[in-house]
Ligand binder design. Structure first.
Ligand code: ADP
Ligand code: 5GP
Length: 197
């Protein structure tokens, strides 16, 4: 077992998990790991979520998220255009269904980076999905990363840390945990779990 993984469920060598869900508390490094992985393996397809959150500096519509209004999100939900959606720390987030299903039908590996509630919903509707939990090396380091990112005001950080306590308590629900000590190591392990390398 690799140094940063715990509780890994062995995957038979011929089984190709087609849908992988990456979850973990805000600030643990999910986006950083995924960006690193896709720099070297651009063929890994990452679903772009819709969100009612406002863009952070540098975030682009259609690349990092589809930034939508509350009314647009209402419509996406009412029209069943989302595979799953959840409210997280005061905003709504959802996975567009069509694009994910197209990729899966084409037999391509698909990655979703979503919160715990979304991961649970995906597990219910797609039992073949593999759920990966990204954990921080320690609580103190998680607080340091979330605060150090400098993208949220203190009240939002508090909200996200409250959610983080709930998410960390749910680690055992996931098939695999990767501890984000080294971005490079975690990216490599995630690629191996997705059977990309
Ligand atoms: P998330 O997407 O899970 O909310 P980010 O990817 O935005 O988290 O990472 C939060 C902060 O932690 C960023 O400033 C990022 O540079 C930093 N970070 C991510 N992974 C590591 C790591 N392995 N070691 C140190 N800092 C990290
Ligand atoms: P952020 O605002 O930091 O980009 O994301 C906040 C949380 O929302 C993170 O845990 C992220 O994984 C999650 N998230 C992003 N997109 C989706 C989605 O489509 N569905 C769900 N359920 N969560 C999402």
């Amino acid at each position: 077992m690799a140094a940063t993984s715990r509780g890994t469920t062995p995957v038979p060598p011929d089984a190709r998990p087609r849908l992988t869900v990456l979850s973990g508390p805000s600030g643990v490094g999910k986006s950083t790991v995924v960006a690193h992985m896709r720099k070297e393996h651009p063929e890994v397809w990452l679903s772009v979520s819709a969100t009612t959150r406002k863009p952070r500096p540098g975030e682009k519509h259609g690349v990092h998220y589809f930034f939508v209004s509350d009314e647009e999100m209402d419509k996406l939900i009412a029209n069943s255009e989302l595979l799953e959606w959840a409210e997280f720390a005061g905003n709504r987030y959802g996975t567009p269904r069509g694009a994910v299903l197209e990729r899966l039908e084409a037999g391509e590996p698909v990655l979703l980076e979503i919160d715990l509630q979304g991961a649970r919903l995906v597990r219910e509707s797609m039992s073949e999905a593999q759920l990966v939990f990204l954990a921080p090396p320690s609580w103190e380091e998680l607080v340091r990363r979330l605060t150090g990112r400098g993208t949220e005001e203190p009240v939002v950080i508090e909200r996200r840390l409250a959610a983080a306590k709930i998410e960390l308590a749910a680690e055992a629900e996931f098939d695999t945990t990767l501890v984000n000590t080294s971005v490079e190591d975690v990216a490599r392990e995630l690629l191996a779990l997705m059977k990309v390398v």
